[in-house]
Design a protein around this ligand. Structure first.
Ligand SMILES: [Zn+2]
Length: 364
């Protein structure tokens, strides 16, 4: 194969993307070459772009990607579920890859925490095979990736966030152990929070309360299962705690899910929980998320607090099945609310960063 393909290159934080061409090569053993049909801008892409977390440059950002199989290397016959993979199939895949022995994967069953794990959208573009990110015409899927075939009826808009946001929220809501009749509070109603509301309802919650500062997100959350929402910029934390506790008699919420990335919300969240409640942190993905809490509350009120990062490959399968089963109940297709070409990536990042769009999609 001697063709070239385009990619939008992230050369340094806070500088415009540059469209460049790189050669495509034939797939090696265990590799799949995908023609990207859609990729979406995740909050962590924005953090990388703004230089708030280390990411190799020059590189291709983007890890929420779907595409069509263009070439299949030797040894790849089936997806994670055992379905036959062919050229022309539309697929999603785990946002990370790792090959070889891993204590964290093999012994602890935490494949997302392997030492030396690599992620799509976090690689130097000059190194072979160049295309390992979403904001490009093609992407190589390399050995150690979990591949999942997508049903034809699922749109790209519904499928693209599966391999980051949706699978992560399957992991978070599983850790929250949401049960029949639980009252669940979701701190932050971006993409993760909307899926948190929907999954809480699907897992049997009787009540879902959504918290955010952006008025249209509070409205949107109601379509995703939130029974009540509060604009946290309009009430002080004491009023908020009182209002939330009044909705969850007799002793407060069973579960709090943090997906807003703001550490200061934790002391307020703790006040909303019932004795024996569970607090799952999923949004504090950047270092230095310092916060002061009264740890006596954890002891005295039997609070379980747990952080969750990324997901197990089985969560990607569950994410697909969750969306397929609930796509007529919740408007997942509306979450991707804007589309841009590859050469409009700067605008797309700006709109995503200032939250004037919910999820920006790139169609290369
Ligand atoms: Zn992501």
């Amino acid at each position: 194969m001697t063709v070239k393909a385009k990619a939008a290159i992230y050369e340094a934080p806070n500088t415009p993307f540059v469209i460049k061409e790189y050669p495509l090569r034939d797939t090696g053993p265990g590799e799949v070459l995908v023609r990207v049909t859609m990729s979406t801008i995740c909050r962590s892409d924005i953090h990388s772009y703004e230089g708030r977390r280390p990411n190799p440059c020059p590189g291709i950002l983007g890890h929420e990607i779907v595409g069509v199989v263009h070439q299949i290397g030797a040894g790849i016959e089936r997806d994670m579920r055992g379905d036959k993979l062919d050229i022309g199939d539309r697929i999603t895949w785990t946002e990370y890859f790792f090959e070889g022995h891993s204590y964290h994967r093999d012994i602890l069953d935490m494949p997302q925490k392997c030492d030396g794990i690599r992620k799509y959208g976090h690689n130097l573009v000059d190194a072979d095979p160049h295309f390992l990110g979403g904001f490009a015409e093609y992407c190589y899927i390399v050995p150690g990736t979990g591949i999942l075939k997508l049903p034809d009826e699922l749109s790209d808009e519904e499928a693209t966030p599966l391999n980051c946001g949706v699978a992560t929220m399957i992991s978070v809501t599983e850790a929250a152990d949401i049960g029949m009749g639980d009252a669940v509070v979701v701190q932050g109603l971006g993409l993760l929070g909307l899926y948190a509301c929907a999954m809480a309802k699907a897992r049997g919650a009787r009540l879902v309360i959504g918290l955010d500062t952006v008025p249209n997100r509070l409205e949107t959350a109601k379509k995703f299962g939130a029974d009540y929402t509060f604009n946290v910029s309009e009430v002080d934390s004491e009023q908020l705690v009182t209002a939330v506790r009044a909705l969850c008699p007799p002793d407060g919420a069973d579960v709090i899910i943090e997906v807003c990335g703001v550490p200061e919300v934790i002391p307020t969240g703790l006040q909303m929980l019932r004795t024996g409640g569970r607090y799952i942190l999923g949004g504090l993905v950047n270092p230095n998320a310092d916060v002061t809490i009264d740890a006596n509350i954890l002891v005295n009120r039997w609070i379980t607090m747990r952080g969750i990062h990324n997901y197990h490959p089985r969560h990607l399968i569950q994410a697909l099945d969750f969306v397929m089963t609930n796509r007529h109940r919740f408007p997942f297709k509306d979450i991707v609310d804007s589309k841009f070409r590859l050469d409009e990536l700067d605008t797309a990042f700006k709109r995503a960063a200032d939250r004037t769009v919910l999820r920006a999609a790139i169609i290369p």
